[in-house]
Design a protein around this ligand. Structure first.
Ligand code: DGT
Length: 208
């Protein structure tokens, strides 16, 4: 059975590969702002889950044409600070502003997940869910923060930080699932796969 990752995220691909999955990557190109605008006052978890589902659904037709048996997984991550949902900063000034809000405090990194099952080339079952991880942020000095932003790393990731990259120096701790912070929760994805009748170990790449 094919595992299709409907994401351009190198982080998600890396988490899956390290955990024994070699997915096919089909980037959804979903207009996340348009999906968010179509929702009526969604909760944070409803927002990231709806975005994850939209990404998985956007690649389904492509997948079903080439794979009669597959699971398609879409994800979306955002950081909630004081109720404000933040995606990728994109610009240094925005990353700077985000860290002024985050430093010394904590936020919830939410990752939405959607798993679609394709059987005989048809969409048969789906499962969705989200995971929230509390992230406690350190207090980078102005010199450290300027250096971090200058790397460009925080501009392209939800919440302007990475747990597993240079941002790790500025994360004091988390309460929750580390893989979810990076971009895809392995335990949640395992449960969602089970909901659509798939055991994750049957998708593992051979060990020798
Ligand atoms: N390596 C790493 N990446 C992170 C971390 N936190 C968030 N990210 C990345 C994962 C995702 O690539 C990105 C969140 O943005 P999205 O959920 O919109 O995904 P992205 O636009 O990257 O790809 P996609 O929309 O799924 O095609 O931030 C972290 O702690 N470590």
């Amino acid at each position: 059975m094919h595992f299709v990752l409907a994401s351009a995220s190198p982080a998600r691909l890396g988490v899956l590969r390290a955990a024994g999955i070699e997915p096919s990557v089909v980037v959804s190109g979903v207009d996340e702002d348009a999906v968010a605008a179509s929702l009526t006052d969604p909760s944070p978890s409803e927002l990231v889950t709806a975005l994850a589902l939209a990404k998985a659904e956007a690649v389904l037709a492509t997948v079903a044409r080439t794979h009669t048996e597959a699971v398609v997984v879409g994800c979306d991550s955002m950081l909630s600070i004081g109720g404000e949902m933040m995606g990728k900063p994109g610009e240094p000034e925005i990353a700077q502003k985000r860290w002024a809000q985050m430093a010394g405090g904590s936020g919830e990194l939410l990752t939405g997940h959607a798993v679609l099952r394709v059987e005989n080339g048809e969409r048969t079952r789906q499962a969705t869910g989200s995971h929230a991880t509390t992230v406690r942020f350190g207090e980078p000095s102005p010199h450290e923060l300027a250096a971090y932003i200058a790397t460009g790393e925080p501009l392209a990731v939800a919440g302007a930080f990475t747990l597993d990259g240079r941002g790790g120096w500025f994360v004091e701790g988390i309460d929750g699932d580390p893989s979810s912070v990076i971009g895809i929760s392995l335990p949640l994805t395992r449960r969602l796969l089970a909901e659509v009748g798939v055991s994750v170990v049957d998708l593992w790449t051979p060990t020798r």
